[in-house]
Design a protein around this ligand. Structure first.
Ligand code: HAM
Length: 395
């Protein structure tokens, strides 16, 4: 994940594990406190463990990075805390790998951002992922046309988020919306056909502009970044309150209920934190869920192994053994040495338990000839090797 972020020109940032509670309530209001681990510290300050890293990164940006050349591309890897009801794939402490891009909103910037999220998840070895792209401005313009008030939107949005179409239909009818309009709306929520969406949205210029901007992003994503496997989903609502405009999610269907691996999009927080407003967008990947998805797809995780395990045959050969270990380590080889002064058979058993590929046995007889014995753990083959040739042979 880290190397893919770096390949796309992102630089790593670290922020504290806790922040002032206010940072997280500023946008979402007091109701968010139920979902946070918050407490008073000894100085009577209201503190919260971070539930995510976007607000902390933007706080840091406003404090220290506003003068940096744009765009600023920052990535992070860190643990987050949410007072959720724990279940498979949903934990109270979990890790996120994510990024924020500050200072650009060109279609190519957002196409690259979506491509990066998708590429990270395919690069880690996942086979089956689903990318969906939406736009909150288009959704709110639809709400406006249907004359659905903010209060009513609050009731409707959780149902849209869960794709509960029957419940959506019932609630809209309760709101007094005509049957035909409800049917059309449900149709738009379920279509990935951009032309169908275009034909449905005929109202204002702003929405038309937003739609053609979305088309530009999709065009670049397909033609230049060669990511064709995505769906348009106007019903992406995202859980956090700071999003505006383009949003996207990546799911791993193998996970069932908690299948969302990644969420992100364009958002506004800078001016709220007292900075000079500029465009911001980003995403975060749930690291634990990614591991779960890989396990479910039966991904073969690489074994933790060590290149060489060194065994001093007796106390007299410890000095020389450490010397050999250090030569190997200083030349990029992972090497460990027996630190328990064990007998040969126990030392060999330990070496095999840590998946050592080769064993270097250093005894007085070998040392008389300026040599050591190297044993290949796979084949069992043993060879006498001159000390000054160990590195070459091991490599
Ligand atoms: P989010 O959708 O709340 O977005 O979280 C991103 C990902 O973190 C989710 O898709 C999921 O994989 C993982 N995740 C969330 N909650 C849990 C949990 N309780 N247990 C395990 N995994 C979880 C954000 O956090 C935004 N800050 C993303 C972003 C960055 N938007 C713009 N920039």
């Amino acid at each position: 994940m880290k190397s893919t972020f770096q390949k796309y020109g992102y630089r790593e940032i670290q922020t504290p594990m806790f922040e002032n509670l206010e940072l997280f309530t500023a946008k979402s209001g007091e109701t968010i406190i139920d979902e946070l681990y918050s407490f008073k510290d000894k100085g009577n300050r209201e503190i919260a463990l971070r539930p995510e890293l976007t607000a902390p990164v933007i706080r840091f940006y406003v404090d220290k990075l506003q003068m940096e050349p744009k765009p600023l591309k920052l990535f992070y890897f860190g643990n987050c805390f949410r007072y959720d009801r724990p279940q498979k794939g949903r934990y109270r402490e979990f890790r996120q790998a994510g990024c924020e891009i500050i200072g650009t909103s060109t279609p190519e910037a957002y196409a690259e951002l979506i491509a990066l999220a998708y590429t990270i998840l395919t690069n880690v070895g996942l086979k089956d992922i689903q990318l969906s792209i939406g736009n909150l401005n288009i959704l709110s313009s639809i709400f406006k046309t249907l004359k659905i008030s903010k209060d009513k939107q609050k009731q409707l949005i959780p149902l849209i988020d869960k794709s509960q179409f029957e419940e959506i239909s019932n609630l809209m009818q309760e709101f007094g919306i005509k049957n035909e309009e409800v049917e059309n709306f449900l149709d738009i929520l379920q279509t990935s056909n951009i032309e169908k969406i275009s034909n449905y949205i005929i109202n204002d210029d702003l929405t038309k502009k937003e739609l053609s901007y979305l088309k530009e992003i999709l065009n670049l994503l397909e033609k230049s970044f060669e990511i064709k496997d995505y769906k348009i989903k106007i019903g992406i609502v995202r859980g956090l309150d700071y999003y505006k405009g383009v949003v996207f999610e990546i799911d791993a269907p193998v996970l069932g209920a908690e299948k969302q691996l990644c969420g992100g999009g364009a958002y506004e927080l800078i001016s709220l934190f007292g900075g000079k407003e500029t465009s911001t967008a980003g995403f975060a990947i749930g690291f634990d869920r990614t591991i779960l998805a890989l396990q479910t797809e039966r991904y073969q995780f690489p074994l933790e192994k060590i290149d060489v395990f060194i065994i001093p045959v007796n106390i007299e050969t410890i000095d020389k053994s450490i010397e050999v270990t250090q030569i190997l380590r200083n030349n990029g080889i992972t090497a460990d040495i027996d630190l328990l002064r064990r007998g040969m058979s126990k030392a060999l058993k330990y070496a095999s338990s840590i998946n050592a590929e080769k064993i270097v046995i250093i005894g007085p007889k070998e040392l008389e000839k300026d040599s050591v014995t190297i044993r290949d753990m796979k084949t069992g083959e043993q060879t006498l090797v001159k000390i000054n040739e160990i590195l070459k042979v091991v490599k």
